[in-house]
Design a protein around this ligand. Structure first.
Ligand SMILES: NC(=O)c1ccc[n+]([C@@H]2O[C@H](COP(=O)([O-])OP(=O)(O)OC[C@H]3O[C@@H](n4cnc5c(N)ncnc54)[C@H](O)[C@@H]3O)[C@@H](O)[C@H]2O)c1
Length: 258
């Protein structure tokens, strides 16, 4: 196959959780631009429908679906819907994240809420969709991690700012990398690849002091922007990465290398 053709996703069905969020938007767009029919899913159906309409107006195939990753029933329902409509999905991007904790002093109950969505929910998504993919003969699962699953917090970034550093986030983003390797081992022999992408901080009009400090922490001198994940997502979702599994593709402008 021509190498450029190996990146094409024509005829593939993709599901992106948290698809209307900061990174989710470009993930959905990238998959649809590469030719997939993309489903954008989370709890806010109104926001998702608007996103889907806007992308359809650009000629892309995008649909909105409701999903609460904190609910096993909801996960089973969305899987059943994908089974009924398409016989399953070819690509799953686990991008949703719940952020109930603010910092070290937050209630322990917030940690439990976080685990429900970000650990148990993530596991169920991978198992439910991964098993179905094996029955269909293959698929690609991408788990969106973070630099904060790879290195500890750099407290100098936040000094003097009203900024929480949530401990659960470091816990589950680190765990996500190991769960990715575990699932790659379980599903790989049956044709399903599982990889992680660990992005750096997304520029979202944060406090200018933080932005300046963060930019100086990277080799490229900037935070992540509106298109920075697109190439990595299409690469790992497509046949272009046919021999890549259990990997962590770091997309951080050099933050973790510095
Ligand atoms: N923003 C960053 O700087 C950054 C940096 C590195 C990694 N990431 C990672 O990228 C991914 C996307 O982050 P983001 O900043 O775009 O987040 P965001 O807050 O903009 O979007 C998160 C999405 O998850 C959805 N979500 C939350 N709880 C859910 C639930 N119970 N069920 C279904 N959906 C739920 C939200 O509705 C939202 O659409 C996350 O995995 C995050 O950890 C983000």
């Amino acid at each position: 196959m021509n190498v450029i053709d190996s990146f094409r996703l024509k005829g593939k069905v993709a599901l992106v959780t948290g698809g209307a969020g900061l990174f989710g938007r470009q993930i959905v767009e990238a998959l649809a631009e590469a030719g997939a029919k993309a489903y954008t899913a989370s709890r806010d159906l109104v926001k998702l429908r608007l996103q889907a309409e806007q992308l359809r107006a650009q000629g892309l195939e995008v649909e909105a679906l409701e999903l609460d990753q904190g609910s096993e029933d909801s996960i089973r329902q969305i899987r059943a819907r994908m089974d009924a409509d398409h016989g399953g999905v070819d690509i799953l991007v686990n991008n949703a994240v719940a952020r109930p904790m603010r910092d070290w002093s937050s209630p322990a109950a917030d940690f439990e809420t976080s685990l429900r969505v970000n650990a148990v929910g993530l596991f169920l998504m991978i198992r439910e969709f991964g098993e179905r993919m094996t029955e269909r003969g293959g698929g690609s699962i991408l788990n969106i991690g973070s630099i904060q699953g790879m290195v500890g917090p750099d407290r100098a970034l936040y000094e003097g700012l009203d900024w929480g550093i949530p401990p659960d986030y470091f816990f589950h983003k680190g765990g996500l990398l190991q769960l990715t390797r575990y699932a790659a081992a379980i599903l790989g022999p049956r044709g399903v690849r599982v990889n992680a992408i660990s992005p750096g901080g997304f520029f979202n009009n944060q406090d200018p002091t933080f932005v300046k400090r963060y930019e100086a922490r990277t080799f490229l001198g900037r935070m992540a922007g509106e298109t920075d994940l697109k190439g990595a997502v299409v690469f790992l979702a497509s046949e272009a990465s046919a021999y890549v599994t259990g990997a962590n593709l770091v997309v951080d402008g050099g933050y973790t290398g510095k």
